[in-house]
Design a protein around this ligand. Structure first.
Ligand code: PMP
Length: 366
């Protein structure tokens, strides 16, 4: 007899590959591979984290009352409709766990966030990939992929790894085209970075519709990726079902304290937003100047830019060249993007540095 047999659908999962922090030779490098906040974290959040980290022997508040009430007050929401988890990753998994099962279909876009496929397969559901429109989310393609067995549609807006943004009208059209029994998950991990603080209307839909869940995170704009705090908002029946299967204590006391303080530090958030908008524009312009050499920035509304390599310099060579120069970015051959690098917007120095290395590599390849 061999040992326990994993479920066949579990063996279909390609494990998540996180952004690297060290180079091939094991050296520490500037990490622009995981869309973290290059400005660090709010000083108030750090102080609150340190003050709360002395409590080691007690369980955290399983119902996260303070966090839910603070989020509700900050965003004008109903605290009872908030779910939380170990990063928004957990909330994305909870959605699949509660609303999809063996044989059901879960739709996401071709260049979508890797966790959607893992969440779908984990529960035995079948992932269905909707084609993109020049790397952007194509609402018509998603609607065309819907069948009687569709249970969930995951849309990140802005999308990772492309950075593209679907407008409020597009999201409304997507939602209007769905049967009410299909859950639309709008993943707002990068929503705070959208220019002009545009809103895709997701939160308003989550407030009124019975089938929309919006997920958000403290990992990006709030600079708390290490603390793993994410949350979701939707109709009471959606939230109630997800609560049944969540881990009782998935967010920590110190992490929650940091999140509460981060929510209050609007200055840090605004500074991050302004910095990102400025350097995202600068970096995209610099890449566009290398258009003759086949480099192309995909228009981004997130804290990273997907750079396509369609000339003599390949993404693989650029990836290795950047690594040699001490910058780790994300090369995604496993996600159908052997010709693309996803590069997080760093500090001014880091962003100028990456652009400079790419310019040199283009010259050498030319
Ligand atoms: N959604 C998207 C689109 C992401 O890119 C990420 C982070 N990689 C997440 C969700 C999950 O972030 P976290 O679990 O840190 O909240």
């Amino acid at each position: 007899m061999t040992g326990p047999v994993p479920k066949p659908w579990i063996m279909e999962i390609a494990p998540y590959v996180p952004g690297r922090a060290t180079t091939d030779s094991g050296k520490k490098a500037i990490k622009l591979s995981s869309n973290e906040n290059p400005l660090g974290t709010s000083p108030a959040a750090r102080a609150a984290f340190e003050a709360a980290s002395g409590t080691l022997e007690r369980y955290p508040d399983a119902s996260a009352t303070d966090l839910r009430e603070s989020l509700a007050a900050r965003h004008g929401l109903d605290p009872a409709r908030i779910i939380y988890g170990n990063g928004s990753d957990e909330v994305l998994h909870l959605a699949a766990g509660a609303f999809a099962g063996p044989g059901d279909e879960v739709i996401f876009v071709k260049y979508g966030f890797a966790v959607y496929e893992i969440a779908a397969r984990r529960v035995g559901a079948v992932p269905v990939i909707a084609p993109d429109a020049d790397y952007a989310t194509d609402v018509d393609a998603i609607l065309a992929a819907v069948t009687d067995r569709t249970r969930i549609i995951y849309v990140a807006n802005p999308n990772n790894p492309t950075g593209t943004y679907a407008s409020k009208d597009e999201i409304a059209r997507l939602h209007a085209g769905l049967r009410p029994d299909i859950l639309l998950v709008l993943d707002h991990a990068y929503a705070e970075y959208i220019d002009g603080q545009n809103d895709d209307g997701g939160m308003a839909l989550a407030e009124t519709a019975s089938n929309v869940l919006v997920t958000r995170t403290f990992s990006k704009m709030y600079g708390l990726a290490a603390e793993r705090i994410g949350w979701g908002y939707g109709a009471p029946a959606l939230i109630e079902a997800m609560h049944r299967i969540r881990l009782p204590f998935s967010i920590t006391i110190a992490g929650t304290a940091a999140a509460l303080a981060a929510l209050g530090d609007t200055e840090f958030v605004e500074h991050t937003r302004t910095h990102n908008a400025e350097w995202r524009r600068w970096f995209s312009d610099e890449i566009a100047k290398l258009g003759n050499a086949g480099l192309r920035p995909v228009p981004s509304q997130a804290n990273f830019v997907l750079v396509l390599f369609e000339g003599a310099l390949t993404a693989e060579v650029a990836y290795k060249g950047l690594m040699e120069a001490g910058y780790i970015v994300r090369w995604l051959p496993g996600q159908g993007l052997p010709h693309g690098l996803r590069i997080t917007i760093g500090t001014e120095q880091e962003t100028r540095g990456v652009a400079g290395v790419l310019r040199d590599l283009v010259e050498r390849a030319g």
